[in-house]
Design a protein around this ligand. Structure first.
Ligand SMILES: Cc1cc2nc3c(=O)[nH]c(=O)nc-3n(C[C@H](O)[C@H](O)[C@H](O)COP(=O)(O)OP(=O)(O)OC[C@H]3O[C@@H](n4cnc5c(N)ncnc54)[C@H](O)[C@@H]3O)c2cc1C
Length: 490
């Protein structure tokens, strides 16, 4: 039986014999696996589904035969751990960094504004793009600038709802909706009243103010399954990680305060020395014995609330737009990704919008975060509404025919970043020394994102390495804050 106490100074051979069992093949589990395998430990990943990637996944659309993602997953430039992970597992080339975004104004003023960094240093690098947005009056632009300055200067530790904070700053309702909500709903998938001040501040400071590259988004050029199933799984297997799919874990086996193994749903058992539990937060309790599930910091996980995200996939017989992506102001549709333009030659369509069989077409994916309001609409109603909005934005393409559409809703997509949420997020080291928690929901300082998942996996790996006497920092540094930003706001 493994020793539950910290073990230091193991020989290289002993480290290599050290068996780490990771439950869950989402980003958190895979990041822990990559980090530990690269340091010579024997890693097994147990994943209940027939594929890796967890909440970042693809399905085959029966009607078109195409592989489509459950939802577009993008990472911002400030997501340094996610980028490090992609490089470590050799999939960074499957992402394309977008150095410009496109904002489409509200109905009646649907002008497209190109949003890109100027030569000015952060935090002024995006000012000229922002000033070009004609749907804000001069007074509104001034209000937003004052609000951003107040946000960067507010280092208070107390948390409150971001809506309360905006109200205290006297930010007008239209500005709250068209600026603050627009940015935050895509980043945090919640409405302003359900977003904590701290998480909102992090998005604006890390993403838009402190470093000139923080806001750039990285988008996969292939379906997510190609990233996880083919590239990451292959790299991990080559580095010695044993990946077992359809290996759902029923419970952890704990003897005398130490995890000795896991029991799978088929009744078989897998023994190990260290364990990483990397399942979504709402499944954690069910896998733990009562005495551990009842410990205050573990029980608190059940208080995390969740938010839904919907993605609407639309197939047209000809291109509706050449833009690779666009963010919409004041519409049900929030963010459009033109999968035909974004996909590379390996997928069914090419950059010119020409299908592999020579037919010209276009597939758009529209994301609707914090999608609670959609529960009163049928799938067909949502598709019709999104189609109508896109046609209003690009009326010149009226001859384009909608061939088909489908909506995928993930009801528990992310945990809600409510005020005080971080108190319900446990650290990676569980009360049991040889058990680590990992997942976007653990305490990483980040909202529910791929970045948070990877960070949690790296932090869990750090704890395991500590136990074998090989302490190491696995989490890469954040993007540095620009000198002008530090001068103004530190
Ligand atoms: C619709 C949607 C859109 C999103 N968009 C973005 C985005 O644009 N950018 C971004 O950064 N983030 C986005 N996210 C969030 C991001 O997907 C998650 O933060 C991240 O993938 C979480 O990774 P994880 O490893 O913590 O958890 P998960 O991905 O949930 O992985 C947990 C794994 O554990 C497995 N598992 C569960 N129970 C068991 C068991 N008993 N035995 C074995 N295995 C088990 C699951 O099958 C799963 O594979 C989005 C999420 C959704 C749902």
């Amino acid at each position: 039986m493994p020793d539950a106490t910290f073990e230091t100074g193991l020989t290289k051979a002993a480290v290599e014999r050290r068996r780490v069992v990771i439950v869950g093949g989402g980003l958190a589990g895979l990041a822990a696996a990559s980090a530990l395998a690269s340091r010579g430990l024997a890693v097994t990943v147990l994943e209940s589904r027939p594929r890796l990637g967890g909440r970042a996944s693809s399905i085959i659309d029966r009607e078109s035969g195409e592989t489509i993602d459950n939802c577009q997953h993008v990472a911002m430039g400030c997501c340094t751990s996610f980028r490090h992970f992609c490089e470590a597992v050799g999939c960074a080339d499957l992402f394309e960094t977008q150095r410009e975004l496109f904002f489409v104004g509200p109905p009646g003023n649907a002008k497209v504004v190109r949003f890109a960094s100027s030569s000015w240093p952060a935090p002024l690098h995006l000012a000229s793009s922002f000033l070009r947005m004609p749907w804000f009056s001069r007074a509104e632009k001034l209000k937003i600038a004052i609000g951003l300055r107040a946000l960067a200067r507010d280092h208070s530790r107390a948390d409150c709802s971001f809506q309360d904070w905006l109200n205290r700053q006297r930010q007008p309702e239209a500005v709250q909706r068209r600026f603050w909500h627009l940015v935050l709903v895509s980043a945090l998938s919640e409405s302003l009243d359900r977003i904590s001040f701290r998480h909102a501040r992090k998005v604006f400071v890390d993403g838009f103010l402190a470093n000139r590259n923080g806001w750039q988004v990285s988008i996969p050029t292939v379906p997510l399954d190609d990233v996880y199933e083919f590239r990451i799984a292959t790299t991990l297997r080559e580095s010695g990680v044993q990946i077992r799919l359809k290996a759902g874990v029923k419970r952890l086996q704990i003897v005398e305060g130490c995890v000795t193994g896991v029991e799978l749903r088929d009744g078989s058992q897998v023994a190990g020395d260290d364990f990483v539990l990397a399942v979504p937060h709402y499944l954690v309790q069910a896998l733990l014995p009562e005495q551990l599930a009842g410990v205050a910091e573990v029980a608190a996980v059940d208080r995390l609330e969740t938010a839904p995200i919907a993605s609407v996939h639309l197939w047209y017989d000809q291109p509706l737009t050449e833009l690779p992506h666009a963010t919409f102001v004041d519409r049900l549709s929030q963010w459009m990704f033109n999968r035909t333009v974004l996909s590379d030659a390996r997928s069914a369509t090419t950059r010119d919008g020409v299908h592999a069989d020579g037919e010209v077409g276009c597939r758009l994916q529209v994301v609707i975060s914090a999608a609670r309001d959609l529960s009163t609409m049928s799938e067909q109603e949502v598709i019709a509404k999104v189609n109508q909005e896109l046609r209003q934005i690009w009326p010149e393409r009226h001859e384009a025919r909608l061939l088909s559409g489908r909506m995928i809703t993930e009801h528990r997509a992310v945990f809600s970043p409510l005020p005080g949420v971080d108190e319900h997020r446990p650290i990676q080291q569980s009360p049991i020394p040889n058990l680590q928690f990992a997942g976007d929901w653990t305490r990483t300082g980040w909202p529910a994102t791929m970045e948070s998942a990877v960070r949690s996996g790296y932090l869990a790996a750090e704890n395991v390495l500590d136990r074998v006497g090989q302490p190491e920092n696995m989490v890469p540094a954040d993007l540095p804050a620009a000198r002008l930003y530090r001068l103004l706001f530190s």
